[in-house]
Design a protein around this ligand. Structure first.
Ligand code: NDP
Length: 281
């Protein structure tokens, strides 16, 4: 399986699983847990969650899904910027660990940049790391200038989780290169454009029809995912609350896009020609 490697040498599959909105509806919880477990069984060890998602509901559901399998999971959670003081970060981490039913996170992220000085949050992250509560830390929704500011303070940031899909390519201008050059893994969130219009795109559909997966002709979502996975420093974390979607996403790992299709995608979903502010959801 394609992998990405963190600065400390830890490698994980380049396809992970998101969990925003999971746990929000009682009617879909069982299927969401089954989907995460099917992913783990297939070797997708990375699960992304956050204290923000459903005010803890996502973390509780993930905790249930990984029960008994913690050793096989690379678990990511995030602290809200409003909680990211030194004491607040530690409290948030403890609360996340409790909801998740574990005593450590593999990666803990600052969800986005807020009013707390970066130094203070970094100090809390390092403290949590020294206590074994987290294995490594990173950030989310940080643009190039924010990353430069972070670099000036500290060089041990492991990841930057950012919006990245065919319709949101701004980070290709300089942020993706900056992250790679500084040994920061870029984690692509909403790689399927949240399952919206992107998946109905006619060019994507036309390209999909020219690829085969183990279960038949490829679908647009699989091409969109394969596209994010073409970059060796990108970990892509689609959310699939349904097992059928999870299985389709797994099959995207078998797709390597041809150069002429990449060119066609570039012509249709233009890469950035100049710097634009980082988009976020
Ligand atoms: P995605 O781009 O992953 O899209 C999710 C939607 O696509 C769901 O409706 C899902 O349906 C559907 N879907 C999944 N697989 C397929 C498929 N093969 N074919 C068709 N539809 C499919 O959006 P998200 O916003 O959820 O992003 C992924 C994850 O990234 C989040 O869950 C979260 O963990 C993280 N994130 C982080 C942010 C941050 O600020 N750091 C912001 C936003 C997201 P269904 O669930 O019904 O299977």
């Amino acid at each position: 399986m394609k992998t990405v490697t963190f600065r400390d040498g830890c490698s994980v599959p380049a396809l992970g699983m998101g969990s925003w909105n999971m746990g929000d509806s009682n009617a879909s919880c069982a299927e969401e847990i089954a989907s995460l477990r099917a992913g783990l069984d297939a070797g997708l060890s990375v699960i992304d969650t956050a204290e923000m998602y459903g005010s803890g509901r996502s973390e509780r559901l993930v905790g249930e899904a990984i029960d008994g399998q913690r050793h096989a999971v690379f678990l990511i959670s995030k602290v809200l910027p409003s909680n990211a003081t030194f004491d607040g970060t530690i409290r948030s981490c403890q609360a996340s660990l409790k909801r998740l039913g574990t005593d450590y996170l593999d990666l803990y992220l600052l969800h986005w940049r807020g009013g707390v000085p970066l130094e203070e949050t970094v100090e809390a992250m390092e403290h949590l790391k020294s206590r074994g509560a987290i294995r490594r830390w990173g950030v989310s929704n940080f643009d190039t200038e924010d990353m430069e500011e972070l670099d000036a303070l500290d060089t041990s940031c492991s990841a930057n989780q950012i919006l990245y899909n065919l319709e949101a390519r701004g980070i290709e201008y300089d942020l993706l290169d900056h992250d790679r050059d500084n040994k920061v893994v870029s984690i692509a969130y909403s790689p399927l454009g949240q399952g919206g219009e992107l998946l109905d795109d006619s060019v994507l559909g036309q390209i999909a029809r020219t690829y085969e997966t183990p279960s038949g002709i490829a679908r647009p979502a699989q091409i969109a995912l394969a596209w994010t996975l073409r970059n060796p420093n990108v970990l892509s974390i689609p959310k699939a609350g349904r097992r059928a979607h999870l299985r389709a996403n797994l099959e995207a790992l078998s797709i390597t896009l041809r150069d002429d299709d990449l060119r066609q995608l570039d012509a249709h979903f233009r890469p950035p020609q100049h710097k634009t502010p980082l988009q976020m959801i």
